[in-house]
Ligand binder design. Structure first.
Ligand code: HEM
Length: 364
């Protein structure tokens, strides 16, 4: 998997059109989408185009930029943990893991004047259409309507900034940097970039947050260690990213025939880089199925991918996970799963995560 990420000339990231085959063949969905702008798969692209897009967004997600966001992240976390503390039980997914990343990305993208539910609905719509073939036709139509609604909102933000309104925000900085490229990046592409930022980090962060919470419930010894030695939180988060691998695998298309371990893969094949499998490779990680806080190479995981497509939001996600577990362990205790039968993994080839986590707890 690691070698494939390094060889983007062979393993191309231009697979977006293949995933949307279902949507493309449905004229009614197309009619709805015609009310918006063409869907640009900004990050499902290869260098050199991909490098231009990355340049536009990279600076917004560096460690110093994320540090500048820390107090916003802490505020969002504390609001949600206070919400949990005001009751004795909840569905952790609904009350915490879903709203946190949506609220944070809404802050980053200046969408925080909208209800969180709207941003989540838009984000889910892009995921729904991506999975075209395996969601119902009704759902696909609804996704198309939500996408068009989202596109109109984002396009008006882009045009405001183009017309001189400087929000001092990420959208302004992306638009300004795009202007420097002398018209080489059009508004539809900017739309594609902002859409991707809105969608890419939600489900993945939600699933990782949930998996980590379940792990802490199953392993009270880990709660103990993290309360007594908060400096261990960063290794907990890295091992969690390896262990949970919420982005289970993502596709590539082979640009030439290639032989892997004796298997011939023809040109133009859709292959999957299974981050989750690589993260449990026994030749890299001893006893890979166990969660080990003392693992010395936890940071080498491929949970955020590798190479030119390495996760843009990796620092942001790490900051959210760290802030979340620190606040939860400080303010709450006595966690229990209240309905084991509710623990089901949502069927999805790209992302792995629990759809519900009903828990009870008490304040500390
Ligand atoms: C725990 C949470 C997250 C996980 C596990 C995760 C995982 C990944 C992985 C594995 C990739 C590589 C894709 C590939 O090579 O095909 C990726 C790319 C990406 N991620 Fe994340 N991600 C997370 C959070 C976020 C957040 C919070 C954002 C918000 C900015 C984000 C935005 C992106 C974008 C835009 C890409 C595409 C990068 C490119 O192709 O150049 N991710 N992510």
């Amino acid at each position: 998997v690691r070698d494939a990420t390094a060889d983007y000339a062979t393993y191309s990231n231009e697979y977006g059109h293949l995933l949307r085959a279902g949507e493309n063949s449905d004229p009614q969905v197309q009619d709805v989408l015609a009310g918006g702008w063409p869907l640009v798969d900004a990050f499902q692209s290869d260098p050199p185009r991909h490098s231009v897009y990355r340049k536009l967004v990279n600076s917004a997600f560096t460690l110093p930029s994320v540090k500048a966001l820390q107090s916003r992240i802490d505020d969002r976390v504390n609001e949600l943990v206070s919400g949990l503390a005001s009751r004795r039980s909840c569905d952790f997914v609904e009350q915490f893991s879903i709203p946190l990343p949506v609220a944070v990305i809404a802050d980053v993208l200046s969408m925080n004047d909208l209800p969180i539910g709207t941003v989540k609905r838009w984000s889910d719509a892009f995921m729904g259409l991506l999975l075209g073939g395996i969601v119902s036709r009704e759902r696909r139509l609804q996704c198309a309507r939500d996408i068009v609604e989202c596109q109109h909102h984002v396009m008006s933000m882009i045009r405001d900034r183009r017309n001189g309104a400087d929000g001092g925000d990420l959208i302004s900085s992306i638009v300004r940097s795009a202007d420097l490229e002398n018209g080489a990046i059009d508004d539809t592409e900017l739309l594609g970039i902002i859409q991707a930022l809105m969608v890419a980090g939600n489900e993945t962060t939600t699933s990782t947050l949930t998996e980590g919470m379940l792990l802490l419930i199953r392993r009270p010894d880990l709660q103990q260690v993290l309360r007594n030695q908060p400096e261990k939180m960063s290794v907990f988060v890295e091992e969690l990213l390896r262990f949970a691998s919420a982005a289970a695998g993502l596709p590539r298309v082979t640009k030439r025939e290639v032989t892997v371990n004796g298997f011939v893969i023809p040109q133009n094949s859709l292959v999957h880089l299974r981050w989750a499998a690589a993260n449990r490779d026994p030749s890299q990680y001893s006893d890979p199925d166990s969660f080990d806080l003392n693992r010395t190479n936890a940071r080498t995981h491929l949970g955020f991918g590798r190479g030119v497509h390495t996760c843009v939001g990796n620092m942001l996600a790490r900051a959210e996970l760290t802030a979340a577990y620190s606040a939860i362990l400080t303010q709450l205790d006595g966690f229990e799963v209240t309905d084991e039968d509710a623990l089901r993994i949502t069927p999805n080839i790209f992302a792995r995560g629990l759809s519900r986590l009903p828990i009870s707890y008490r304040g500390r």
